[in-house]
Design a protein. Structure first.
Length: 186
């Protein structure tokens, strides 16, 4: 048998020595969607009608406004109670909770407006309801809200369709009239 020089070259597995993960560039959004939620902080001084100012803001900009919370003091409030009656409360009250929705007229929801508050007074007394008159700041008031545009209005109850014999699932058509969404039992 002849003597042969055999050299075995071993192939390395994996990445070459000294290579590193290349950093990926960050994803940067260069354009902003006009339909996106945008946060707003409103500051009101004493004597300003908060409800009217928020409605005017939504109407002039043709954007919906979702009130998330507020802090400050208000005076002389007219509220609609759960039983449907209205009551006028005189004096100063601290805002405990405020939330609401202002959708400008001309949108698919026909100018939906609702502002709800829970107010506190000394000795742990609390009142609340839907604002039906002026809501006047008695000192500095800060309101946190989000604006939006092009909301889809969906009217309920949902219509019953043939694919839903027992009424548990239904299809609905969004306010834009173009998208049908239906839920089916499996």
């Amino acid at each position: 048998m002849p003597n042969k020089n055999i050299s075995v070259t071993r192939r390395s597995s994996g990445r070459p020595r000294g290579s590193k993960n290349k950093p990926k560039p960050p994803i940067i959004v260069t354009t902003e969607s006009p339909n996106a939620f945008k946060s707003c902080v409103f500051e009101f001084t004493s004597g300003v009608n908060i409800a009217e100012s928020l409605l005017r803001f939504a109407t002039t900009r043709q954007r919906g406004l979702c009130v998330l919370s507020a802090t400050g003091t208000v005076a002389d409030v007219t509220l609609r109670q759960a039983d449907g009656g209205t009551m006028v409360f005189r004096g100063q009250f601290g805002i405990i909770i405020m939330n609401g929705l202002f959708v400008p007229p001309g949108s698919s929801s026909s100018g939906l407006t609702s502002l709800n508050v829970y107010l506190g007074r000394g000795q742990g007394r609390m009142i609340g309801g839907t604002v039906v008159g002026p809501l006047v700041a008695a000192g500095p008031v800060m309101v946190m809200a989000a604006t939006f545009a092009n909301a889809i209005y969906v009217k309920n109850p949902l219509p019953n369709h043939n694919n839903d014999e027992d009424g548990l699932f239904g299809g609905f058509r969004g306010g834009d009239g173009g998208h049908n969404i239906s839920f089916r039992k499996k």
